[in-house]
Design a protein around this ligand. Structure first.
Ligand SMILES: Cc1cc2nc3c(=O)[nH]c(=O)nc-3n(C[C@H](O)[C@H](O)[C@H](O)COP(=O)(O)OP(=O)(O)OC[C@H]3O[C@@H](n4cnc5c(N)ncnc54)[C@H](O)[C@@H]3O)c2cc1C
Length: 458
């Protein structure tokens, strides 16, 4: 938090109804929905493109967005899919069957993932943002925030232009890391309750020049080898595999001859610490070199593979989670609880990459069901003028392991942007936003608020 004297010497650039920090799935959906409702909206992003982990992290695919056979994360996410379809840059989630290369040959609930082309996604997002009249500032890091009493009032931004100050009637933190919670003194949790440790960091990369037919044939003949466990064990014995994994997780992209690899892994990283982030970038890029050699040497169909791209930045699965008016729990997820103030549905399993070992812990949501996320998870306890959206919402570590993926992040962002705009338009506090009106507006704009019945049209 900066004091008032300091604030006066920094150029005050402008005032907005709604300021969104972070242009990932949650932030861009928040900014679009806020601007579409007529709120003057500024979206501030530290990178040179929008999309967050979907573009700057090359994270792929969009995880399942259905409960059973019913889509539950629609709205802006659905608009993006239909625009990607026009560019032939997506495989529609209706078509991605469990256990295929698109779902990473995963046999637990991974049906209805959405493989997409991250480069085309950048254009699609940009078009949507421009059409919605969102004002955007790229290459701009939000470095501090101001408050009056317990109400957030504005943000400081730094970049090539120096330091700037923007005033906002409402702020939305969609930084993934909940950076504004730290700046404003809003209570948050970081890591697990025992020792604060977090899930490992991973940099995604893409391999091209692969022969999918050969890979498919090998896996069809050796289904238990769909993550190349035996090859990994053999390579490990020869000192040619990474110690933090014992198999390989990869997903076919919509592009023939290409796959996205989610296998590098660096433990002991705090994603809010630049020293740790630097270590994770270096370590994970070393791992890419090892994995490329592994694929070429051992995996049928990958003899001529090459690295076509690596993510510009390492991916962080978890960091800060704010303490909100309600904290989503493991029981809420696994017993598929619903709430009066539902603003989104989620059906993704609890997916936790172990903080210390090579293990993965998957706990599915009951088949064909989804749970509700209450609006209160976006509102920080005891604070006004700010909402949180995306992976930093108020949730226990286990619940965050489910709600953290991209389709719900879009839905949470859309809800935050809609609530922010309604609070400005009707001059209410964020807490006093009329919940039925918020829900009705979300439904009108394509969102699913309540758990759908399996034979119902949504
Ligand atoms: C390794 C890994 C694998 C994953 N696999 C999948 C998967 O297969 N499918 C899936 O659906 N999800 C997956 N996820 C989860 C998913 O990618 C993220 O949880 C999701 O992107 C969260 O969305 P978000 O908008 O909250 O945050 P992000 O996508 O992280 O977006 C945050 C944005 O804020 C910007 N930002 C951050 N701080 C500031 C600041 N101070 N000022 C300005 N801008 C800032 C960032 O640059 C970024 O653009 C994975 C995540 C990781 C790390």
């Amino acid at each position: 938090m900066t004091n008032v004297t300091e604030q006066l010497v920094v150029p005050h650039y402008d005032s907005y109804d709604v300021i969104v920090a972070g242009g990932g799935p949650a932030g861009l959906a928040a900014a679009i929905s806020s601007a579409r409702l007529g709120a003057r909206t500024l979206l501030i992003e530290k990178n040179g493109c929008l999309g967050g982990m979907a573009t700057s992290g090359l994270v792929h695919p969009f995880m399942p967005s259905y409960a059973g056979e019913q889509p539950i994360n629609k709205g802006i996410f659905w608009e993006i899919i239909s625009r990607l379809q026009k560019h032939n840059a997506v495989v529609h989630p209706d078509l991605t069957k469990m256990g295929t290369g698109y779902t990473g040959f995963v046999v637990w609930p991974h049906a209805h993932v959405t493989p997409f082309d991250a480069e085309i996604l950048k254009w699609v997002i940009q078009d949507l943002i421009e059409e919605s009249n969102v004002e955007v500032l790229l290459h701009s890091l939000v470095v501090d925030a101001t408050k009056e009493g317990t109400k957030a009032t504005g943000v400081y931004v730094e970049g090539k232009s120096g330091r700037m100050y923007f005033k906002g009637k409402v702020l939305i933190d969609a930084t993934g890391d909940g950076d504004l919670a730290k700046f404003l003194g809003i209570p948050y949790k970081l890591g697990n309750d025992v020792d604060g440790s977090m899930q490992p960091a991973t940099i995604f990369f893409r391999l091209a020049g692969i022969d999918r037919k050969k890979i498919d044939a090998y896996i069809a003949e050796n289904p238990e080898e769909r993550h190349f466990k035996s090859f990994a064990a053999k390579a490990a014995k020869e000192g040619k595999f990474i110690p933090s994994k014992h198999d390989v997780l990869f997903f076919y992209t919509p592009r023939e001859g290409e796959m996205a690899i989610n296998t590098t892994r660096v433990h002991g990283i705090n994603g809010t610490d630049v020293f740790d982030l630097t270590k994770a970038e270096f370590e994970s890029r070393k791992q890419i070199k090892i994995l490329l050699e592994f694929f070429r040497t051992y995996v049928p169909g990958c003899e001529h593979a090459y690295v076509s791209s690596t993510a510009p930045e390492v991916g962080i699965r978890e960091s800060r989670r704010i303490v909100g008016e309600y904290t989503l729990t493991k029981e809420d997820v696994l017993e598929v609880h619903q709430f009066e103030d539902n603003i989104a549905q989620c059906a993704y399993m609890i997916d936790i990459h172990d903080r210390k070992s090579t293990k993965l812990f998957y706990t599915p949501v009951p088949e064909g069901h989804s749970y509700g996320v209450p609006y209160r998870c976006l509102i920080p306890k005891g604070f006004d003028g700010i909402l949180f959206a995306g992976r930093c919402i108020s949730a226990t570590q286990e619940a965050q392991g489910s709600v953290r993926v991209m389709p719900p992040a879009f839905s949470l962002g859309q809800a935050a942007g809609t609530a922010a705009a309604l609070s400005v338009l009707y001059s209410t506090t964020l807490r006093d936003v009329d919940i039925p009106h918020l829900q009705e507006t979300l439904v009108t704009n394509g969102q699913v608020i309540h758990e759908p019945k399996q034979n119902q049209e949504v």
